[in-house]
Structures are given as structure tokens and as C-alpha cells.
Write a protein that binds this ligand. Structure first.
Ligand SMILES: Cc1ncc(COP(=O)(O)O)c(C=O)c1O
Length: 401
């Protein structure tokens, strides 16, 4: 954490001490102006490698989030209940839902894991409810073991597939269709009472599943099958054929929509995500959650980010500009990518990508891993302009060998 070395250990200890005796007189830290102006401790600066492999937002968190985190240093000794409540209230208001319809996760990754635990498992699982100890807050919990398959696209974001396998659930992969959308009729045909995972926009293809098709599908899925729509890249999508399905949750008790602060909000290292569903579905998820899993810094930053009107439009605009630049450049070199509705592109390399990924690494540019379903495609995160120039240099070198 190179930037943090500018605060001495003694100063940090003083801050923590002040917080322990007084949460009211919050000390403020004078951040060096370059941190506020250039909020991200650039991964490229931290090492020689240009990191374009994880679909992070290179512009980092909102300045308001950085300020909120410095203010929260002195509260690090406390459990994060009040901050969690404030974030839940804010998200409920923004999304037009009640508090009981939201759970927070340690990144949306925790949401995906919880969904796999709650809604997938062997068909032999007993559906008898088990009483659990009452948590510190909220009502008593009952746990019903998950049953049923996980149905997901191929390729897609694979974390949930692993969680379902760990849960001993059958996992069915349904190839994307010719337009790289989810093949919804096939997914519906494959499902039983478990979980269908729809990643929209999809990682690693950056493609979308059109809104009309998705709405129609949601209407057809039987109520005992849960539909999890992962909208991690929602903010980057601007196609008229794309929409969030959050407004459909009120009419569908089997829907869950996951969101994250890791992408356009630039908080991947902080870990905060959430989901929206009907209260009964949320109740089924609760026994699988870690209590207080989102830390106070992440909560403070998330609340502040939502109050920053510039974070999303700026992130989207800078991503679009740089994406257009890279897209034009690779086209001039004779390469195409799948139309992208996210902060990354999937380039058709016209030959097996594995050796090309290795060659890019040797040139100091780390791109996404190979995806067996699309063995000729290279996934590249859209970084800052200078990072993408470095990428193009390595790309030219790689394709010429
Ligand atoms: C589609 C998708 N969902 C979820 C995640 C996990 O994000 P988080 O950082 O919120 O755990 C990612 C991360 O790259 C992702 O691409």
C-alpha cells in the first residue's frame, strides 16, 4: 500500500486512539493533494506490470469516498451496524424498494456464494427447516438446505459455478447464442428447482442479453426456480436494448439482482456489494451470510459514492472514450472484438490465445485469462489512456511474432 506510507505509524496510532475515546471529535487527515486529485494508487505504478486482467476501474473511488474513509478511520473499533443501516436505507431509496429487500455482501462475490448455498444442492437434500441461533439483530432464522441445479451461461463469470459444485449441486453450462447473449430458452429447458444465473452484461464477453428476451424469460421461469441476475457492469451499458431488471423484482418472488461497488465505483479492493429481492427470498439467504461482513471503511465509501453525482457519468465517459480509442486501433490492425457494453473488450485473436496471453505478460501487460469456451479470444480491461497505449505496444509486438 504505497500511498499509505505518507501517514506515519505514530500518526495512525494517534488517530485510532482519538477514535477510541471520542467518536464525536473525528480527526481529519490532510491527504497529500495528489492523492485526492489522482485517487488511485495505480497498479501500474505499484509494479512494472500494466494490469488489465480484472476489469477494475482505473480511476478509483470518488474523492468523496476517500474523504469518508479518512473520517471513518477513527471508527474502526466499532461494529459497522449504523453504517450498514445507512447504506441499506440509501440503496432502498435509490432503487424504490424496502430495507427488507436488501442484503449487503463482502463484495457481490459474497452474494453469489450465498445464492449458491441457499438455492443449489443435491436433489436429495432434505427440505425440513432447521432453527438457528438468533443473530444480534433481526428476527430468528430458519435454514432450509438448498436443492437443485445451477444453470449458467458458457462462458460466464465462473465464481458461482464453483460455489455450486462445492455445494454438491449439478452445474449445467449453456453456451451463449450467436450474438453472445444468454440462450434463455435452453437455460429454461435445463433448469429444475435450483438457480439460474444470468450475468448481464456478461463477463467475459461484455455482451448483453436484450431486455425484451430477458423480461419474457423471467415471466416464464417457474416460481420455485430462483433467477439471479448479476448486474456488476450495469453502469457501463448504454445500449437501448439493455435495462436493469430491478423494477421486475416486485412482481417476481424468485428474482435476485446483484450489484457491486467494485466496478464503476472503483472500490474493488474495499469489498462491498449487495442484492435486491423480495423479503421472503432475502430471509432464505440470511442464514448463509457472514454477520457484519462488510467493513466500516467500505460502507463509508459506498455511502459517499452514492452521494457523488459525478462518479458514474465520469467513469462511464472515460471508459467509453478509451474503449473507442482501443477499438479503433485494433481494427486498424485487422482485429475485431465482441461489441462491448462493459469496461473490457473480448478480442478475437483468430488463433489460440494462451500463447498470446503469455507473450503479452512477457511484454509487461497482464490481460484476462483464457476462457475454454472462446479459446481464440483475449479479454482486455479498459485501463487509462497511457495503460492502453502500453497495451497496444505489447499487442503489436505479440501479433507480429
Ligand atoms: C460479473 C461479475 N460478478 C461479480 C463479480 C465480483 O465482484 P465483487 O468485487 O463485487 O465481489 C465480478 C468481478 O469481476 C464480476 O465480473
Amino acid at each position: 500500500m504505497p500511498k499509505f506510507t505518507s501517514i506515519s505509524r505514530r500518526r495512525f496510532a494517534q488517530l485510532a486512539g482519538v477514535g477510541a475515546v471520542s467518536a464525536i471529535a473525528r480527526p481529519s487527515i490532510a491527504w497529500p493533494s495528489e492523492i485526492i486529485a489522482r485517487p488511485v494508487a495505480s497498479p501500474a505504478a505499484a509494479s512494472a506490470i500494466v494490469r488489465l486482467n480484472s476489469n477494475e476501474n482505473p480511476y478509483g473511488p470518488s474523492p468523496l469516498a476517500l474523504k469518508a474513509m479518512t473520517d471513518a478511520f477513527s471508527l474502526a473499533w466499532r461494529y459497522p451496524d449504523e453504517h450498514a443501516d445507512t447504506l441499506i436505507d440509501t440503496l432502498a431509496r435509490i432503487n424504490g424498494v424496502s430495507r427488507e429487500q436488501i442484503v449487503l455482501g463482502d463484495g457481490s462475490g459474497e452474494i453469489l456464494k450465498v445464492c449458491a448455498s441457499a438455492f443449489t444442492g443435491p436433489m436429495t437434500n432434505d427440505s425440513k427447516p432447521i432453527e438457528l441461533a438468533k443473530p444480534t439483530r433481526g428476527p430468528a432464522l430458519q435454514f432450509v438446505p438448498g436443492r437443485g441445479k445451477l444453470v449458467a451461461a458458457d462462458p460466464t463469470f465462473e465464481a458461482i459455478l464453483n460455489h455450486a459444485r462445492v455445494n454438491r449441486a449439478e452445474v449445467v453450462k449453456v453456451p451463449l447464442n450467436k450474438t453472445y447473449a444468454h440462450d434463455l430458452p435452453q437455460m429454461l429447458a435445463a433448469a429444475n428447482e435450483g438457480l439460474i444465473y444470468i450475468c448481464n452484461p456478461n463477463n467475459p464477453t461484455a455482451s448483453i442479453t436484450p431486455k425484451d428476451q430477458l423480461r419474457d424469460f423471467i415471466n416464464k421461469v417457474p416460481r420455485q426456480t430462483i433467477i439471479l441476475v448479476d448486474e456488476a457492469y450495469f453502469h457501463y451499458a448504454d445500449s437501448p436494448h439493455y435495462e436493469s431488471v430491478i423494477p421486475l423484482v416486485k412482481d417476481h418472488s424468485n428474482m435476485i439482482v446483484a450489484r457491486t461497488f467494485s466496478k464503476v465505483y472503483g472500490m474493488a479492493g474495499l469489498r462491498c456489494g449487495y442484492c435486491i429481492a423480495q423479503p421472503e427470498t432475502i430471509r432464505r439467504m440470511r442464514p448463509h451470510l457472514t454477520w457484519d461482513s462488510v467493513n466500516i471503511m467500505a460502507l463509508a465509501a459506498a455511502i459517499a459514492s452514492l452521494n457523488d453525482p459525478d462518479q458514474v457519468p465520469n467513469g462511464r465517459r472515460m471508459n467509453n472514450q478509451t474503449k473507442q480509442f482501443v477499438s479503433n486501433q485494433i481494427k486498424q490492425l485487422g482485429y475485431e472484438h465482441i461489441p462491448s457494453q462493459a469496461n473490457f473488450i473480448m478480442i478475437d485473436m483468430k488463433r489460440p490465445v494462451r500463447p498470446l496471453i503469455d507473450a503479452m505478460n512477457r511484454s509487461g501487460v497482464s490481460v484476462g485469462r483464457a476462457f475454454p469456451a472462446l479459446p481464440n479470444h483475449m479479454r482486455v480491461t479498459i485501463g487509462k489512456q497511457n495503460e492502453m497505449e502500453a497495451f497496444l505496444g505489447a499487442f503489436r509486438q505479440t501479433i507480429s511474432t
